[in-house]
Write a protein that binds this ligand. Sequence first.
Ligand code: ATP
Ligand code: MG
Length: 348
Amino acid sequence: PCRVVSGIQPTGIPHIGNYLGSLRQWVDIQNSIPSSSSSQCFFFIADLHALTVPQIPHDLYQRRIDMLAILLSIGIDPLRSTLFFQSEVPYHTELNWLMGCHTPMGHLNRMTQWKSKLQLQEMDAVTFFNTSLASSGQFNLGLFSYPVLQAADILLYGATHIPVGKDQTQHIELTRTIARKINSTYKKDLFTIPDIILNSSSSIMALKQPNKKMSKSDQNSKNYILLTDSEQDIRKKIAGAATDNIEGITYGDVNRPAINNLINITAAITDSSPIAIAEKFKHSKHSEFKSSIADIVVGSLSPFTKSYQQWKANPTELQAIAADGAKKATDQAYPFVKNFKNTLGLGV
Ligand code: ATP
Ligand code: MG
């Protein structure tokens, strides 16, 4: 049996990079699994992970709801997938503690994510703990131990496959390491060791600065297209995207990052090869090319936008879906944690 677990932080409306590089894969996986089989998908909104950086409570609350509406609008089906808020299933934090007590600090020290979030270069924890930044509110225990909670998220549901981007593979490796160690310590197959499904699709780059990744934390909103952007905004952003001084359209030339990026976006959305796209537009002017791309992006996002508006207009239904998802997830998680606690000498 195949069991897939994946989460997304409620840190804002996803952009087309998040969708093409990650969320679309969730929908594809969900739809590729026969609904009659015992295989299951668990998709959650990682609101506990979001707390590792400062949040404004009211905004966080809203973004959680928005993310739920987004996931539903792109095709996550609560009847086929277990869709829930991480914070509504307390076993995530309980398992986090139990796992944390089996995780050497040195393993967490080697993780690169907390360092990159703090914009630190490679630095070991002992050196870092003596800096003033380490004592500041910016560096909290949660940011450091994040990978343990992530391991708990995955292991709690007996995941066999984890779809992730390259930036997360280090954390999944750690999950496998801790799980193996606990299994061998207690001489029991407590944890399923998950495999990584690596999303190797090329990153979508920022529209105005095609040498950096499209990112929702970008200060310049012209660099990204959000799934909820209006048709007018999408057209404006694509019309304003960077190009170059080379005539016509070609693909793969390292001197043409902007054009390559626009081709990659189009190819990903239409599920076609970048070469074929370039061939089709080879004699087009940049402006004609961009306006065709805008038509394609608008056409593919407009059903999501419509569906998103409908979900947003129905908060009662959203709440019911979240409650139902949390219940289904809890039913899975409870016996797992109980069994693990018994193994540890806890329980009655
Ligand atoms: P932030 O700026 O807050 O880091 P982000 O846009 O980089 O936001 P994440 O929440 O870090 O988004 O990533 C969510 C998922 O989207 C991850 O699986 C990540 O690999 C994928 N992803 C993020 N940016 C891109 C991109 N530009 N192209 C393709 N995939 C992306
Ligand atoms: Mg990121």
